[in-house]
Design a protein. Sequence first.
Lengths: 176, 341
Amino acid sequence: MSDARYEDWQLLDLSPGADLSEVNRALHFRRALYQPGALATYNLLEEDERLRMLDRIDEAYRRIIGNEPPPSRGPQPVPAPTEAKTEPPTGPRPDPRTEPGALLRYHRCAKGLTLEHLAIETKIRTVLLEQIESEMIDELPAAVFVRGHVLQYARALGLNDPNELAARYLAKVKLD
Amino acid sequence: MVWITTSWLLRGSTSIEYIPTRQERITRMIEEVQTSIPTGPKIWAIGGGKGGVGKSVVTTNLAAAIARSGARVAVVDADLGGANLHTMVGVPSPKRNLSDFIARRVSTLAEIMTPTPIDNLWLISGAKALLETANPNYGQKGKILNHIAKLDVDHVFLDLGAGTAFNVLDFFLVARKGILIVVPEATSVENAYFFIKAAYFRKLKRAQPRAQVKAAIDEVMKSEARRLVRTPRDLMAQVMAIDAEAGAALMEEASTFSPSVIINRVERSEQTRLGAEMGSACRDYFGIQLRCLGTLPFDNLVRRSVDERRPAVDLFPQSTFASAIRNTAGCFVDAPAEALG
């Protein structure tokens, strides 16, 4: 391990002499921190500073592992969205009799709401909301709870007849 | 451009004799109280630049978890802008609060310490304090802190208000540990960095006897208020270049500033790294250590516990949130989480 200076190890937050897998992990962590849109550096630095930091990280890495160029940064990953976006629904409105779950998703997307949004509104976990939308019948709790959840969900979306939809959903759950 | 002005200011700084202001004398007094009474309570301050990130929820739950393990704990509602800690610990309307103390209707803080439904947990309420004392002056603040340090409990948690008002910063800085609550949202992260920077500058400025250096710090703070870059690290380098002695003093003061962070309402796995990432970013850009004490999951039961006016660790001890709180509380009492069950 060749020209590495103490500052290089410090920059990667490693003790001098850390093994290659640790060095690679550190490189990954430090690079991720300075990707565009990274939450932990939100509004902390200007674009040129961000790029300079990435260069410094790569240089430190190169000196540590002995002048080999660092692995390619690869295609710049899509920045993690700080707020999940909801695309408007595509395709026709699902039939409440055959696809009650898909209908819920359709209305949610039409309103541009995220599952997290509705989780706060309905106090139902996002995972469960997702399962309801996807009609993952095996994963759902007992029918009596499902009815309540669908009712709450439909109400939160402001649908016309939550009771009707809940009844249809339940009919489908029982059928399966 | 800024630096041209400040370096000019700094140049003539060597021969001025320094006379401490009243505010600084009180500060010294408070700091002496903190360091000279090793048997006094450990004081923890919970802040966070942003409202609605769960400061009060985290404060009450940490305090309740430690109280349940047998230590005596007081929570102080120092949120002089919107006190409601009393509701969260199930004390609907505290008879006495901080305004009684400030108005000298009682002579010690112990007299306004209200028992809560949880054993070993007491409340010092700030309810209504705002109306009478919108902004306690430095002397009143010093008196409150001085008395807090004399409370006959093992731990004191100060629930600070949102924002970066001097009140909040001073309580934050005087505690054994200042803790920021952050949620994985851009606005919360941004506010946390702003808070850290503001607290850091306030600390440096308070410790800095020379008016010229103070003025320089002010200048930097003003000109860069909208941007977070050009941070304390740069300030230090600049002061060092102009006046090595002042620079060294600043460096020493800076090394004692190590705020902590607790990440609240984590929903996705990649968000669990936020604490470590913010620590890394702080080291790079502020040149300070930001330690992450814990990561708390989003849990619907927390909201229900607030509705029930009981801490989640008490009402839903089996919840994922309660278990994460017990893990985090280990950092405060040097005990493993199992001891806090």
